[in-house]
Unconditional design. Structure first.
Length: 266
């Protein structure tokens, strides 16, 4: 027996309602549980993991150690051997890796949103899928922001970091030396620059390329020439694992978002 248009539309509505119920009662709780587990582990890692990391660049021109506690650098010793200049010092006071701290805060917010989600799911029985999608988008946004904090350069990245020294050492760094520590591509990067500052414009303005030595850059109204540079990249196991967990949480959110989008009304 051939169905008329109204009967077909009715069957489609019934099928759609069943899919929504399946999504809300089965898929959403499963995905939220998976996301919550990954985010909670990530928060714990970034908050309380401890690590002593020794480092040394080529020919030991940049060497020392970092004592990490979560996102805090509790202790550090750095030895820098530059062209016609050398320095050895210790961290004068605790310093924070702001990108790790920021990522932790985004994850804490994601957890708050996830904790609110079960109550919201019980109210979705009226099939307002668009509300569900908005809530999930907010969680995904927090996860994406956290990932970006651990991967992308900060607003004080090169060349601004030539003058923006984010760690205080004792004895005090000489004015021609800059040491910075940052997180990039889920690694801790320690960089030392031998610099010369001037108020006058150089003959050739520098550009960021394979080598910055010998180039000049305008920073905060002054021209800064990079005379020498040494850098070392540190792999921190708990930071690596935190990034993996962030990716797991994001994947779970993305898969759920795809299923929700398929059921959203046109």
């Amino acid at each position: 027996m051939e169905l008329n248009e109204e009967e077909i539309r009715h069957l489609e509505r019934v099928a759609m309602e069943k899919e929504v119920v399946w999504l809300v009662e089965e898929e959403v709780p499963r995905a939220l549980k998976e996301m919550s587990a990954a985010v909670e582990k990530c928060v714990a890692l970034l908050h309380s993991s401890k690590r002593l990391v020794s480092f040394g660049s080529a020919r030991s021109r940049l060497s020392g150690f970092l004592q990490l506690d979560g996102w805090d650098v509790l202790e550090a010793e750095v030895t820098v051997v530059m062209a016609k200049s050398s320095y050895k010092g210790q961290l004068a006071s605790k310093s924070a890796l702001s990108q790790m701290h920021n990522a932790h805060n985004y994850m804490k917010r994601a957890l708050e949103l996830l904790d609110d989600f079960p109550e919201f799911s019980a109210r979705v029985r009226d099939f307002q899928i668009s509300h569900l999608a908005r809530e999930l988008k907010a969680i995904s946004g927090c996860i994406v922001q956290a990932k970006q904090e651990l991967v992308l350069p900060t607003s004080t990245a090169f060349p601004k970091n030539l003058l923006a020294k984010n760690m205080v050492f004792t004895p005090q760094l000489p004015p021609h030396l800059s040491i910075n520590i940052n997180v990039l591509d889920s690694r801790v990067v320690l960089t030392a620059y031998l610099i010369h500052t001037s108020s006058s414009r150089p003959l050739h303005r520098g550009t960021i390329g394979p080598s910055i030595i010998g180039n000049s850059f305008k920073v905060d109204g002054r021209w800064v020439e990079v005379m020498d540079q040494h850098e070392t990249t540190l792999t921190i196991p708990y930071l690596d694992r935190a990034f993996e967990l962030l990716h797991e949480a994001y994947q779970a959110a993305a898969e759920l978002q795809t299923k929700i989008t398929a059921l959203e009304p046109n």
